[in-house]
Each structure stands twice: as C-alpha cells, then as structure tokens.
Design a protein around this ligand. Structure first.
Ligand SMILES: NC(=O)c1ccc[n+]([C@@H]2O[C@H](COP(=O)([O-])OP(=O)(O)OC[C@H]3O[C@@H](n4cnc5c(N)ncnc54)[C@H](O)[C@@H]3O)[C@@H](O)[C@H]2O)c1
Length: 262
C-alpha cells in the first residue's frame, strides 16, 4: 500500500498522548507506521486498522513491554516483520513517579531508567546498522525539559531524561558520516494522561478544582501559562524527519513555553 518513498517509522508508546500524536503526524506525511504501547491486542489492532484506512499507509502494532532488553528485541523483530527495518525511530515511551530522592522506591527507579532511557539505547542499537547501511535514518528521542533542568521529586525521571540527551549527542556524532541524524525533543507541560496524577494531587492537596490545579501546575514553571498540544510535538518530529532538517543533529529542542529560558 506504500504510496511514496517514506521510510517506516517506529514510535514507541504510540497508543496514547504524545506518541499517538507523533504517529498521526508521521502517517499524514506518508510514513508507514509501527504503533506500539501497553494496550491489549484487540485495541492495538483496531488502532492499526484506523491508521491504515485513514492515511492509506502500511502499519503494524506491537505491545511488547520495553522495560527489558528482550522486550526491546521483541519490538524490533515485530517491526521488521510488519514493515521492514524502520528508517525513523522515535523513542517516546515514558513513565513517571514522584517522590523525594531519600524516599524513592528502588522498583520505580529501575523501571523509569529501563523504560525512559535503556529502551532507547537497546532499540537504537537494533535499528542503527540498517539505517547506516541505507545511508539515511532519523532517531528522535522524546526527552523533556527535565533533560535540561531539574525539579524536586523527579530523581529517576530527571536522571533518565538527562541521560537520554547524552545518548542522543553520542549517536549524532557516531552517525554524522552516513545520513543518520539523532535529536532530542524537550517538551514542557503537554496535556496527556502522564500529567493527570500531578494535576489531581494538587487539586486534592489545595482543595481546588482540576482547571485551577492545572493552571497552578503549569504556571509554577512556565512563563507562558499554557500546556503544549501533543500535535505540536508531532509536527516538530515530522520536520526533523524531513529534508530541510538534514543537518540538524545532536540538538535538544525545548518546546516549553519559556520554561528553560529562565
Ligand atoms: N506529558 C508531558 O507533559 C510530557 C512532558 C515532557 C516529556 N514527556 C515525555 O513524552 C513521552 C510521552 O509521554 P505522554 O505524556 O504521551 O505519556 P502517556 O502516558 O500518555 O503515554 C505513554 C506511552 O508509553 C507506553 N508505555 C509505558 N510504559 C511502557 C512499557 N514498559 N512498555 C511499552 N510501552 C510503554 C504506554 O503504553 C503509552 O503508549 C514520555 O517519554 C514523557 O516522559 C511528556
């Protein structure tokens, strides 16, 4: 069904939030799409059909759990089977847990480092050899403002997101000779299920409604007191995968309402 020369794109965590928006944007621009996330097979296959019908593209779906190296290998194998080696890898899947460092649970630390950082390394290692051989590839790592600055109670998240930016720079240098770029996108607050628990906690603690709690959460960090639409991240990823971004590599691009300008 492929109607152009756009390479297959694997977007981790694309059954929800930012990843789903990235998948829509890349599909709209003609990329075959490998959907991925922790939903059951029926739900994933429904989403996959919706993508193929709406955008007239080839698509695939995997619900491999990428908290382990073997889960990442499973996802890479599922992708190759459905669409061939991806020319675009978007490492987007991510989780959050908030607690002070001196009380941070070990299992939450391990899981966040595994999903938010190690999975990006394992997946890139799987797909880079074929990108290099093809002389074209795009790796986009969805980091965060928390890859550039810190917030209290986010030890594992900040460590993983800072690490992801370091990994991005290394991959940019190593692949500068063969048409493969690697960049990080660093969103501030984006309205997705990931930030709901933080909004609900403020509402509970302050006895205020969810709208006021959201405004308080966003305004505490961002000069521009509004959340970013997930679609804005999707369109930035399309730009990074397009021909005019061929010399953008090793960059960390904030989309954060001025958060990191302070
Ligand atoms: N929402 C924000 O404000 C914000 C800000 C900055 C960065 N980010 C980053 O953007 C990315 C996407 O976040 P979101 O807000 O869309 O989150 P989300 O909770 O809406 O989606 C997360 C996705 O990751 C998948 N996932 C989680 N754990 C997984 C695992 N072990 N194996 C496989 N898939 C798994 C989920 O199934 C889902 O598809 C994350 O890396 C997050 O850190 C989000």
């Amino acid at each position: 069904m492929q109607r152009n020369n756009k390479k297959p794109a694997l977007i981790t965590g694309s059954t929800s939030g930012i990843g789903l928006s990235i998948a829509h944007s890349l599909a709209r621009s003609g990329h075959p799409i490998m959907l991925h996330g922790l939903v059951d097979r029926a739900e994933g296959e429904r989403l996959q059909r919706e993508f193929s019908e709406t955008y007239a593209i080839d698509s695939g779906f995997s619900n491999a759990d990428i908290a382990s190296e073997s889960g990442c290998q499973e996802l890479a194998a599922d992708t190759r089977e459905a669409l061939g080696n991806p020319g675009v890898l978007v490492n987007n899947a991510g989780i959050q847990h908030t607690a002070a460092s001196h009380e941070f649970p070990s299992d939450a630390w391990q899981k966040i480092i595994s999903v938010n950082l190690s999975a990006a390394f394992y997946l890139a290692r799987e797909v880079l050899p074929d990108m290099r051989a093809a002389g074209w590839g795009r790796v986009v790592n969805i980091s965060s403002v928390h890859g550039l600055v810190a917030s209290a109670e986010k030890a594992a998240y900040c460590a993983a997101k800072h690490g992801l930016i370091g990994l991005t720079k290394v991959m940019a240098l190593e692949n500068a000779d063969c048409g493969v770029t690697a960049n990080a996108v660093c969103p501030g607050w984006v309205e997705t299920p990931l930030i709901q628990p933080q909004i609900e906690a403020i509402a509970r603690e302050e006895g205020i409604d969810l709208d006021r709690a959201r405004a308080q959460l966003v305004g505490a960090k961002q000069p521009m007191p509004r959340t970013t639409r997930p679609e804005a991240i999707g369109e930035l990823v399309v730009y990074l995968c397009g021909e005019f971004a061929e010399t953008i590599t090793g960059a960390s691009l904030p989309v954060d309402g001025g958060w990191t300008a302070q």
